[in-house]
Design a protein around this ligand. Structure first.
Ligand SMILES: C[S@@+](CC[C@H](N)C(=O)[O-])C[C@H]1O[C@@H](n2cnc3c(N)ncnc32)[C@H](O)[C@@H]1O
Length: 211
């Protein structure tokens, strides 16, 4: 019997935001791969083989290949697997026929919901470990953009960049920090006021909506 790699989206963090099929698959896993926080949260203590994802992705792929000879391997990724996750690397290393994917709620999707904004016309961009060309960030009336962020591209630097590219200071800015956790914080402000906020938010999704 050929074993499967099941890539499971765990949503933005809290189990309340994970779909039941994902939780069931993770709970029944004999071999579980994931970030340290996810392993801590969802790993079973007895008899389960685990692999914590660190910087060395090739060693994770080696672990999966080894375990796949004997068991299905469940790989947990944050948010939705189809949106900036380890699924890309898994697909580069294994055949499509070996891979199953279970969806999760993306932090991006949750952010738009928390702000009460439809996202069917929004442009979605990632500045998590990457940059976006300035030409793609020009101001246009009515434009809505959602950004994944990181420590370098954060709740202060991205608004400052947009202001420098001609976005009006009164453009709505939603800062959605630590989504689904107990200390979740949703701030509705403007690009112009972002600089004066006391804190710089790092693990967050930013949404800008031009008038
Ligand atoms: C590598 S991306 C992963 C995206 C993920 N696959 C998804 O669909 O949400 C990581 C980025 O997602 C966002 N993110 C993930 N979890 C979050 C949360 N609980 N609250 C706010 N933003 C979150 C942050 O912008 C973070 O830097």
């Amino acid at each position: 019997m050929e074993h499967k790699i099941i890539v499971v989206g765990i949503g933005p963090g809290s189990a309340d935001y994970m779909i039941p099929a994902a939780l069931k698959t993770i709970t029944e896993a004999k071999v579980l791969v994931g970030g340290s926080r996810a392993i801590e949260q969802y790993g079973q203590e007895k008899g389960q083989k685990q692999c914590v994802i660190r910087a060395d992705i090739s060693s994770v792929m080696d672990f999966i290949a080894r375990e796949l000879q004997y068991h299905d391997v469940v790989v947990m990724v944050s948010g939705d697997p189809g949106y900036y996750s380890l699924l890309d690397a898994v697909k580069r290393s294994f055949e499509d026929s070996q891979i199953e994917v279970i969806p999760g709620l993306s932090a991006m999707q949750v952010a738009f919901c928390k702000l009460g904004l439809p996202w069917h016309n929004a442009e979605l961009m990632s500045m998590h470990g990457r940059t976006v060309a300035k030409e793609k960030l020009r101001y246009k009336p009515g434009r809505t953009i959602g950004f994944l962020t990181d420590g370098k591209n954060n709740s202060k630097t991205i608004p400052a960049l947009l202001l420098s590219l001609g976005w009006p200071a009164d453009t709505m800015l939603g800062i959605c920090s630590r989504l689904s956790y107990e200390d979740e914080l949703i701030i509705k402000t403007t690009l112009g006021e972002a600089e004066d906020l006391k804190k710089t938010f790092l693990s967050c999704v930013l949404v800008v909506k031009a008038k």
